[in-house]
Design a protein around this ligand. Structure first.
Ligand SMILES: CC(C)(COP(=O)(O)OP(=O)(O)OC[C@H]1O[C@@H](n2cnc3c(N)ncnc32)[C@H](O)[C@@H]1OP(=O)(O)O)[C@@H](O)C(=O)NCCC(=O)NCCS
Length: 152
């Protein structure tokens, strides 16, 4: 499982009115880090767009001067979709994931319509990674079933 790592220094400009890292800034960093993982897996960035960001739960406050490390990896691949898990850690809370999300991206054809990416992510042996894979397969199936029901 190839992981992408991005580190950021939290500066005054990144803080909210409580003096802790602003949620909007964190979300932007996270989506960008996940985008990089999806684009690297896809081999190009220009045909990748974000379609869904799942549950951003901010578990701990981060302050100015902290370094945050964002790791991201493609946890599940559908036909036109790639779901990337992003996790934030910081030395302020050693070994603790302070925020986790999953971002789904879609690859588009020249006409701007979803087009198969041809990427296969096999169901992993590792129990933690397999749990992610199963979870995002369920979510994709649920989304597709809902869309089909709407269309009928
Ligand atoms: C991207 C876009 C063209 C997709 O068109 P669409 O008709 O909505 O696409 P679909 O319903 O076929 O879904 C595309 C893929 O995303 C998956 N998907 C969509 N929403 C999902 C969700 N909530 N959870 C899991 N998978 C989801 C679908 O299962 C499908 O993947 P699959 O082919 O692997 O099964 C369209 O939604 C769009 O233009 N959105 C705006 C994108 C954008 O501007 N993003 C922000 C900037 S990057």
């Amino acid at each position: 499982m190839e992981k992408t790592h991005v580190s950021r220094l939290v500066r005054l400009a990144n803080l909210n009115h409580h003096g802790t890292l602003f949620a909007g800034e964190t979300a932007q960093w996270m989506v960008e880090a996940c985008f990089v993982a999806a684009a690297k897996k896809n081999g190009r960035a220009d045909n990748v767009v974000c379609i869904n960001v799942q549950g951003l739960q901010f578990r701990k406050p981060v302050e100015s001067g902290d370094i945050v490390d964002i790791e991201s990896f493609v946890a599940y691949a559908g036909s036109t979709s790639l779901t990337v898990v992003g996790r934030i850690l910081t030395p302020r809370y050693p070994g603790e994931c302070i925020l986790e999300t999953a971002v789904t991206f879609v690859t588009l054809g020249k006409d701007g319509v979803p087009a198969p990416h041809g990427i296969v992510v096999e169901r992993p042996e590792d129990p933690v990674l397999r749990e992610y894979w199963d979870k995002y397969e369920r979510k994709r199936k649920k989304y597709r079933a809902g869309k089909q029901a709407e269309e009928e």
